[in-house]
Ligand binder design. Structure first.
Ligand code: UT7
Length: 329
């Protein structure tokens, strides 16, 4: 049996588009207010990518920043994984487009669809490929352009989401850096808690699906709320147990930026102060698969997460999917 390698995150990068959409901007489309959105979600603003900027364009910038931070050349990357549910096209994949544009000439590349858990899933797959020796340097990305899927007449969903991308390079490392544990989970969503109804093989795009507004995402927010709190608590406790430490020893929790109130409930249940959670939902809203890697990159670049810190990343999303990664950064 092959000896598993000690593998860590060598560098991170992220990108958000310039265009800011404030809460007040949404009052032009739906009956809402800055006060309601801030109090119920913690969101103050989010970024929307302009027309012509696809998921791959945001991913490309985040990936270049991550490779630069990791000091890894594109030709040394041998695996590119893009966690996304808003790919440029169904095929060719966004990962293949990126592989070529970035010059990762030796890399295999694929997209991974796990919605908001996309970066956790991608990191877990990348980690296992590198530690088994099947790849040497993996580039894992979470990138989304959700603004395309928002029904600007539905106040319960359109205010929640934003666009962006985050990336990390995973490779064998000396020193304290090490990915320690990961767990991935799913339960098929038969209740349509979160769904993009049309555009797939079940209901291909027609004039009728467009007229019926079936190409916009739909969510049952209250159900997601309960699911998110319970899974976040469960996953953080599991990571602590698997790392052999109490939850209080986790230096920083990097949660999916879903709703500030969800994170507050989880912090109370975990008995972890809010200042140990990396939160940037106020600036970017929920960017789905991009949310965890953008928060990770901001935490690293601001010096909040340092080499050797015990970090837990946790996410949950459509599918339903959920999971976590524990690491010494
Ligand atoms: O990453 C996975 C995807 N993320 C999610 O699914 C988000 C998870 N869920 C949530 O963040 C929250 O459930 C929401 C922010 C979506 C909703 O917050 P809530 O506290 O659960 O509100 P609610 O759904 O219970 O609605 C309360 C009221 C309703 O009015 P009535 O029926 O009481 O008259 C809604 O129609 O708030 C109304 N409402 C709004 N009012 C102003 C819903 N959205 C808005 C809005 N502005 N944008």
């Amino acid at each position: 049996m092959t000896q598993l390698l000690k593998v860590g995150i060598a560098g991170t990068g992220s990108y958000v588009p310039e265009k800011v959409m404030t809460n007040n901007d949404f009052t032009k489309y739906v009956d809402t207010s800055d006060e309601w959105i801030r109090e119920r979600t913690g969101i103050r603003e989010r970024r929307f990518a302009p027309e012509g900027m696809a998921t791959s364009h945001m991913a490309e910038i985040a990936a270049k920043r991550a490779m630069e931070a990791a000091n890894v050349a594109p030709e040394d990357i041998d695996l590119v994984i893009v966690g996304t549910v808003t790919p440029d096209n169904v095929f060719p994949t966004t990962a293949c487009q990126l592989q070529r544009r970035l010059g990762c000439v030796r890399a295999g590349a694929f997209d991974l669809a796990a919605a908001c858990s996309g970066f956790i899933y991608s990191t877990s797959v990348g980690w296992n490929m590198v530690r088994s020796g099947a790849a040497r340097n993996a580039l894992v990305i979470g990138a989304e352009k959700l603004s395309n899927l928002l029904n600007m007449k539905d106040r319960t969903s359109c205010i929640l989401f934003g666009d962006g991308a985050g990336a990390a390079v995973i490779r064998p490392m000396d020193g304290p850096s090490e990915i320690l544990f990961s767990s991935l989970h799913a339960i098929g969503d038969t209740e349509e808690v979160m769904i993009l109804p049309a555009g797939g093989s079940r209901m291909p795009a027609t004039k009728d699906t467009v007229e019926k507004e079936l190409h916009y995402l739909r969510i049952k927010g209250r159900e997601v709320f309960k699911f998110a709190v319970s899974k976040m608590v469960e996953q953080v406790e599991l990571c602590a147990e698997k790392c052999g430490v109490p939850v209080s020893k986790i230096a920083t929790i990097i949660p999916h930026q879903v709703n500030l109130r969800i994170l507050e409930y989880a912090s109370e249940k975990l008995n972890v102060p809010m200042d140990r959670m990396m939160i940037n939902i106020d600036k970017y809203g929920n960017t789905s698969a991009a949310s965890v890697p953008i928060a990770l990159d901001e935490a690293v670049r601001s010096g909040r997460v340092k080499r050797g810190d015990l970090v837990v990343m946790v996410a949950f999303g459509a599918g339903l999917t959920w999971g976590s990664v524990a690491l010494r950064y």
